[in-house]
Design a protein around this ligand. Sequence first.
Ligand SMILES: N[C@@H](CCC[C@H](N)C(=O)O)C(=O)O
Length: 287
Amino acid sequence: MNGCGNEILVVDLRETDARVRADAAIALAGRAETHFDQIMAIHRPATPGTDAYVRIINADGSEAEACGNGTRCVVQALAAETGRTHFTFETRAGLILAEEHEDGSISVDMGKPRFGWQEIPLAEEFRDTRAIELQIGPIDAPVLHSPSVASMGNPHAIFWAKQDVNAFALDRFGPILESHPIFPERANISIAQVTSPSSLTMRTWERGVGLTRACGSAACAAAVSAARTRRTGREVAVTQPGGTLTILWRDDDHVIMTGPAEWEWSGRLDPETGAYSRDAAEEREIG
Ligand SMILES: N[C@@H](CCC[C@H](N)C(=O)O)C(=O)O
């Protein structure tokens, strides 16, 4: 499936005790025909009252706490299976509520953002609570500096650009910043431009993945960081290369992300070996 172009492999493991191994994930990600940014592995619920436990696995085999675009894909898959519209999932980051709307769009309650240095986490306390001292380019003439940092369950840094976000070589500085010592658990690195009080454009270098066409949790992190630094209001349209998400930072502090999810193909996957076969009859695009 894909969520705004973020490539997601939804793997249904509810009938088995199997888990997707890191090496199998890496092998699948490395093949053109099964390439993905994240696997969303659906397991039987671990907590009563929830619909599933969802493990999020990046293309490098690492596990993530949150994935906004992938969660919308899981909602669409389970909504198609059950006819239901409301779901509660458990992830490493906690409980997530999600809802499919009549027009097919899906909203996910991404929870409350966190800004404390130990919560993001950062390696050390930082002076300004709204930006850290990090820069790209020569010390005396940085191209981008002072990114906002936030956790949406997973760590994010957002550099604010005055010009088109495509003007920056994110493919070059993304990998360096992702593993910068200030981020002990690495971080997702984004560049965002405020285009109006209610809109942003952005690109993201995803932790454990690389350049992506969209990152839902990064869109949420950018939206709350923009609102909290008075760059925008609390509801913004966030446009990424793969599409646009609406992000609302509610007064109760919860961040609601709304956007699409699309099927691409389905098939059978052996979670142990990573062997898979596409089901041609079921290949479909539902939109
Ligand atoms: N694509 C995701 C984010 C996935 C996890 C991220 N790469 C991380 O390791 O934190 C999204 O849509 O939020």
